[in-house]
Ligand binder design. Structure first.
Ligand SMILES: [Zn+2]
Length: 76
């Protein structure tokens, strides 16, 4: 039996739009940015990873991409 290939999810906080990591088996997760209790079933999942290390790498990448987008939009 193959047990859960996805261990860590990258989800978007439904309140502040910040990114946070959550374990696949968790139902809720407190946002580190605004302390909102995020319902993981309702929250938007942007990525998934097998390990916490992989997840944090993805998170860093997403954050830098978001920062670049912000820079571009402020130039317009
Ligand atoms: Zn938040």
């Amino acid at each position: 039996m193959v047990k859960g290939t996805v261990a860590v999810l990258v989800v978007v906080c439904s309140k502040c739009g910040g990114l946070l990591l959550a374990r696949d088996e968790q139902k809720t997760r407190t946002c580190p940015h605004c302390s909102y209790k995020v319902d993981l079933h309702k929250a938007r999942k942007v990525a998934s990873a097998r390990t916490a290390q992989e997840a944090s790498t993805i998170l860093r990448k997403l954050k830098s991409e978001a920062a670049q987008k912000q820079k571009h939009s402020s130039c317009l």
